[in-house]
Design a protein around this ligand. Structure first.
Ligand SMILES: *[C@@H]1O[C@H](CO)[C@@H](O)[C@H](O)[C@H]1NC(C)=O
Ligand SMILES: *[C@@H]1O[C@H](CO)[C@@H](O)[C@H](O)[C@H]1NC(C)=O
Ligand SMILES: *[C@@H]1O[C@H](CO)[C@@H](O)[C@H](O)[C@H]1NC(C)=O
Length: 591
C-alpha cells in the first residue's frame, strides 16, 4: 500500500470554534507535512497464528482527523491515513482500539463490520444505540475479542465520514490447519493481499449532504490508490486474496484478475463450497476471499475493479506482478479499457452454498419488512435527527433539511430515529413515545420512530424483506450487526413489474421460489433485489441491541430497524463506559 496522505496540525478549540465549518480547520498547502508511513500497519499482533499459545492484547491508537492527500483531495483520516491502519490479529486475541476524535464539529463512532461482539454488545459502535458518540476532543476505548476468523473491516457509523475516508481492514487469522480451504492455496498473506475498494470524492461529503439525495463518487480506489497497488507473486502457486467493498453507497463492484480465474472460498467470513469464476460482484459492505493460481506466463496482470449502480462508469486497478517482471512499461501504458468487463462468468456470493450444513429448525417466527421509497409525510420542521440527549447539546447527526427530497427509503413506511439515551445501556431512559415495535402497527405513530423488533434468544426468526418496487427501481444492500444470517431465498421478478406482499408470500410459501435450508450462505451483508425479496433466517444467540441497516439506501436519512435480544449488562460495566458527555477508561470491561 502506498500512503499518500499528508498530515496537518489542527489547533482548534472547540469552545471558540464550535460553529465554524469543517473547512476552516482544513490545512493549507503550506502547513502540510509528510506522514510517518510506518503507522500504516500496526505490526504488534501480526504474526503466524499457532495452536496452544496465549492470545495477545493488541492495542491500537487511532486519531481521526481531517487531512489533505498529496493530490489535493480533502479527506478524513485515521493517523493521517486513508484507508486507516490495517488490523491483523489471531483468533481469540483481544483487540483494543483507542479512538480519539479530532474532527471539529463532528461526533464519531467506529463499527467493526461483521464482528460478532460476543458478550460485548456495547462495543458495536452505533451512536445512541450501543454507546454515546465520541465527541470532538474525546476518546473511546473499543475492546473486543476476535472470536471468529475471516475478513472484516471497520468504518465510522456515519455514511459521510466513511465516504470521506474513515475505514480500514480487520483480518482475523487462525492456525493454518484450521482453515477449511488451506489445501487450495499456498500463501495467505493478508497484510499484502487484502484489496479494499473505496470511493473518492473531490470534495468532503461531511457537512455537505444537506438535501443531497444522489451522490456519485469521482473515483474508485484500491487500498487508497487508483492504479498503484501491487500484489507481488511467484509463478506456480495459489494465493488467497481478500476483497472488501468498503463503500457506503449503492455501488456494487465487479472484480477480476486478467487471465486468472478466481476460486471463491468465503464470503463475509463464512467458508463456502469453492466456486470458480472470472469475476466476482461485491456489494457495499461485503467481503469475499478468493484464491488465484499464478499459472500464467510470467508477467504483469491488471486487477480490474469496475463500479455499478451509482459507481457505473468508474474503475480502479491494481497490479498482479510475477516476481522478476519489470512493470514500468505496464504502468505507463495503463490498462486496456477495451477488454474490460466482458466476463464469461460473474458470481455474486448470496446464492453460494456454505461449506457447512445448517442444523434443521423446528419452527420459525416470520416477520415481513417492506422496503420502499415514499414521499416523507413529515415536514422539515417535524424532523429531529439530534441525538436528543440531555447530557449533550443538540448536535445534528444527519442534516434536517429535506426540502429538496421528494422521496426517501423507508422500512414499513418509517424512518429511523435515534433515541434520547443509549438504548442498549439505558433503555429506561429512552422516551417510550419514540419507540415503535415492528408488527404492532399504529397509524398514530410518527413516521419517524425507533423501530424495534423484540427477539428472544434461541427463537428462530425469519425476516422476509420485500422490495416491492412500486416507487423505486433500486436494489438495496442490508447489513446485520452482531450475527450473521442465513440467506434462505432471494428472488427478483423476471417480468420487472412490482410485486405485492401477498404475492411475495405466495411465491415463498408455495415453494415457487427456490429455498436453501440445507446449506444457506451465512452473511452479514445481503442484497434485497428490486421488485423482489430476500428471506434471511437466524437464531439470536447473543444479547444486545443490533442494527439491521441499509447503509447504501440514503445519504441523508438512516434506514434501519433495531433487533433487540434481551441482555442484562452489569451495572459495573455500564458505570465504566463513558456516559454521554464524559469518559472513563473501558479497561475492566473484558475482565
Ligand atoms: C478520476 O476521475 C476523473 C474524472 O472521473 C478521471 O478523469 C481520472 O482519470 C480518474 N483518475 C484515475 C487515476 O483514474
Ligand atoms: C524497467 O524498464 C524500464 C523501461 O524499459 C527501464 O528504464 C528500467 O531500468 C527497468 N528497470 C529494471 C530494474 O530493470
Ligand atoms: C422504473 O423504471 C421504469 C421502466 O424503465 C420507469 O418507467 C419508471 O419510471 C421507473 N421508476 C422510478 C421510480 O424511477
Amino acid at each position: 500500500m502506498k500512503l499518500l496522505i499528508l498530515s496537518l496540525c489542527i489547533i482548534a478549540n472547540l469552545s471558540n470554534n464550535g460553529k465554524a465549518s469543517l473547512e476552516s480547520f482544513m490545512p493549507t498547502k503550506d502547513n502540510m507535512i509528510l506522514a510517518d508511513t510506518t503507522k500504516g500497519s500496526d505490526k504488534s499482533c501480526s504474526r503466524p497464528c499457532k495452536f496452544n499459545v496465549k492470545p495477545r492484547r493488541c492495542t491500537y491508537d487511532f486519531e481521526i482527523s481531517p487531512s489533505i492527500e498529496e493530490n489535493g483531495r480533502p479527506a478524513l483520516t485515521i493517523n493521517n491515513l486513508t484507508p486507516g491502519p490495517a488490523i491483523r490479529v489471531c483468533l481469540h486475541d483481544i483487540v483494543i482500539v483507542k479512538v480519539k476524535n479530532k474532527v471539529p464539529n463532528q461526533d464519531v463512532t467506529l463499527h467493526w463490520h461483521g464482528v460478532e461482539q460476543k458478550g460485548t454488545p456495547y462495543m458495536d459502535g452505533v451512536p445512541m444505540i450501543t454507546q454515546c458518540p465520541i465527541v470532538f476532543g474525546s476518546t473511546y476505548e473499543y475492546a473486543f475479542i476476535a472470536s471468529s476468523p475471516g475478513t472484516f473491516f471497520y468504518h465510522t457509523d456515519s455514511v459521510s465520514h466513511q465516504s470521506d475516508g474513515v475505514y480500514g481492514s480487520l483480518i482475523v487469522d487462525q492456525p493454518q490447519p484450521l482453515e477449511p480451504h488451506a489445501s487450495l492455496y499456498d500463501y495467505d498473506r493478508s497484510e499484502e493481499h487484502t484489496l479494499m475498494v473505496g470511493a473518492k470524492f473531490n470534495e468532503l461529503l461531511t457537512g455537505h449532504l444537506e438535501g443531497v439525495n444522489q451522490i456519485r463518487p469521482d473515483n474508485l480506489s484500491v487500498n487508497g490508490d487508483e492504479m498503484d497497488t501491487k500484489i507481488f507473486v511467484m509463478q506456480g502457486y495459489g494465493y488467497r486474496l481478500r476483497l472488501i467493498n468498503a463503500i457506503a453507497l449503492e455501488c456494487p463492484l465487479l472484480i477480476n484478475v486478467e487471465r486468472h480465474p478466481m476460486t471463491i472460498i468465503a464470503s463475509d467470513a463464512n467458508p463456502l463450497q469453492p466456486v470458480i469464476t472470472d469475476a466476482v460482484r461485491l456489494y457495499p459492505g461485503e467481503r469475499m476471499d478468493v484464491v488465484v493460481r499464478t499459472d500464467q506466463q510470467s508477467g504483469g496482470y491488471w486487477v480490474r475493479v469496475s463500479g455499478e449502480g451509482v459507481c457505473e462508469g468508474l474503475s480502479a486497478h491494481a497490479m498482479l506482478l510475477y516476481s522478476g517482471f519489470n512493470y514500468t512499461t505496464m504502468l505507463e501504458q495503463g490498462p486496456n479499457p477495451e477488454s474490460e468487463t466482458n466476463y464469461d462468468t460473474i458470481t455474486d456470493s448470496q446464492h453460494l452454498p456454505s461449506l457447512r450444513e445448517a442444523s434443521p429448525v423446528p419452527s420459525v417466527k416470520s416477520v415481513y419488512l417492506s422496503i420502499d421509497k415514499n414521499s416523507p409525510k413529515f415536514k422539515d420542521a417535524d424532523i429531529d435527527f439530534s441525538y436528543r440527549s440531555d447530557a449533550m447539546s443538540k448536535k445534528p447527526f444527519f442534516p434536517a433539511v429535506l426540502s429538496s427530497v421528494k422521496s426517501v427509503v423507508q422500512i414499513n413506511g418509517k424512518n429511523f430515529l435515534y433515541p434520547d439515551a443509549p438504548y442498549l445501556l439505558k433503555p429506561r431512559d429512552v422516551h417510550p413515545n419514540i419507540i415503535c415495535n415492528v408488527g404492532e402497527e399504529n397509524e398514530q405513530m410518527e413516521p419517524q420512530c425507533l423501530q424495534v423488533l423484540k427477539a428472544q434468544a434461541n427463537e428462530v426468526i425469519e425476516l422476509v424483506l420485500g422490495n416491492e418496487g412500486f416507487n423505486t427501481n433500486d436494489s438495496y444492500t442490508f447489513h446485520m450487526h452482531g450475527q450473521k444470517m442465513q440467506v434462505i431465498a432471494t428472488w427478483q421478478n423476471p417480468k420487472n413489474v412490482p410485486v405485492s406482499k401477498s404475492e411475495i408470500y405466495k411465491l415463498y410459501s408455495e415453494d415457487i421460489v427456490t429455498r436453501n435450508e440445507r446449506n444457506p450462505p451465512l452473511k452479514d451483508t445481503f442484497v434485497v433485489p428490486n421488485k423482489g425479496f430476500t428471506v434471511v433466517r437466524y437464531t439470536p444467540i447473543y444479547g444486545g441491541s443490533w442494527l439491521l441497516e441499509c447503509r447504501s439506501c440514503s445519504t441523508i436519512l438512516p434506514v434501519a430497524i433495531l433487533i433487540n435480544v434481551p441482555i442484562s449488562i452489569p451495572k459495573l460495566v455500564i458505570d465504566a463506559l463513558p456516559s454521554c458527555g464524559n469518559y472513563r477508561p473501558a479497561d475492566l470491561l473484558l475482565n
